[in-house]
Ligand binder design. Structure first.
Ligand code: ZN
Length: 185
């Protein structure tokens, strides 16, 4: 059982398998060009893997992952701006998900430590909902996606200008962990 291997051995075995299955022509092409068609800001949650959820190939998506898929850290915004400005992605997706630990932490976590900025964003997203909806974690996750989309457009001149020029579209979505279905919003 691979699950019983120590973490490093499990990764080494996995990489052996990856190399056996990988298309050498694709790998060669990827050394010559980095041309993702989309940038995705999503959660670090291990159950949320954009490449698997959207059946993407290596090289298709430029992915930035943070707990709670928030753009509050400057390096997150800078990474997405790099994708828009230098890699010229055609779309930017903010992908939230159900059962999000960062959303749950806003109800439970006494000391968020360095996650403070992310949790403040989610609290803000919660405040946009009425009292009943603010108790529904999935609705809070969706509200947080809308908030991040607004923040990206408001904060980044690079992103806003690309959208104004018609070179970038931005949209949000929420992944249902239980069904694998993605609801675009
Ligand atoms: Zn999450």
């Amino acid at each position: 059982m691979r699950e019983n291997l120590d973490p490093k051995t499990r990764l080494m075995d996995g990489n052996d398998m990856f190399r056996r299955l990988a298309d050498p022509d694709l790998l060669t092409r990827l050394t010559k060009a980095h041309e993702p068609f989309i940038a995705i800001l999503t959660c670090s949650d291990a159950r949320v893997d954009p490449a698997k959820v959207f059946n993407l190939s290596l090289g298709d998506a430029f992915v930035v992952r943070t707990a709670g898929n928030t753009a509050s850290d400057p390096s997150v915004l800078g990474s997405l701006e790099y994708a828009v400005d230098c890699l010229e992605v055609k779309a930017l997706l903010v992908l939230g998900h159900t059962e999000c630990g960062a959303v749950k932490a806003t109800y439970e976590c006494a000391d968020p430590g360095n996650l403070d900025g992310a949790l403040k964003d989610i609290e803000c997203a919660k405040s946009k909902l009425d009292i009943a909806d603010a108790k529904d974690h999935a609705l809070v996750a969706e509200s947080n996606v809308r908030l991040q989309l607004r923040k990206l457009g408001d904060t980044s001149t690079i992103i806003r200008d690309a959208m104004t020029r018609g070179e970038l579209v931005m949209f949000g979505a929420v992944l249902d962990i239980g069904t694998g279905a993605v609801k675009f919003i």
